[in-house]
Design a protein around this ligand. Structure first.
Ligand code: T46
Length: 132
């Protein structure tokens, strides 16, 4: 079973350009409480390195590319995010890391809850204990 749950977003664009729509509980499988963006990531920097207890998210690369690594404590799987038409759903209790950001990468994140630091598991050995 793959850890990578892809979601396809239809391009509603026309001769004027592209348009994609993200709708909670429709093409996004939860109610959206928060939206944030990761942009201008410095060359060679990686992000993430944590899991969440409750939070579910969908990551969509609107421009450029980056690699997303997912880990459930048994499997580690990497996927390239490089299309605004394809997102990845990340469930709770999945370790995530983002690597190899292109300089133009614009990563959009749709989140099921407001920001809450107590929802983060930022230590990998604690993550392995918690999921056992
Ligand atoms: C995730 C990956 C994909 C806030 O105050 N509000 C927010 O909504 C967010 C997302 C972050 N912050 C603060 C917390 C830190 O002081 O912004 C700072 C940077 O956050 P962090 O180091 O957690 O960023 P990433 O890129 O490592 O992780 C982020 C999300 O935090 C995380 O939930 O799954 O993107």
């Amino acid at each position: 079973m793959s850890l990578v749950k892809r979601i396809s977003f239809k391009n509603l664009g026309d001769s004027r350009g592209d348009l994609v729509s993200f709708e909670e509980n429709k093409n996004v499988p939860f109610s959206i409480e928060r939206v944030y963006c990761i942009i201008n990531t410095a060359l060679g920097e990686s992000r993430g390195f944590h899991a969440h207890k409750e939070l579910k998210q969908v990551l969509i690369c609107l421009k450029g590319s980056c690699d997303l690594l997912l880990d459930n404590g048994k499997l580690r799987e990497s996927v390239k995010l490089d299309s605004f038409q394809s997102g990845v759903f990340i469930d709770s209790f999945l370790w995530r890391e983002m690597h190899n950001f292109s300089s133009d990468c614009v990563l959009l994140v749709l989140a099921s809850h407001k920001y809450d630091e107590s929802d983060y598991i930022r230590d990998y050995s604690e993550f392995l204990k918690v999921i056992k």
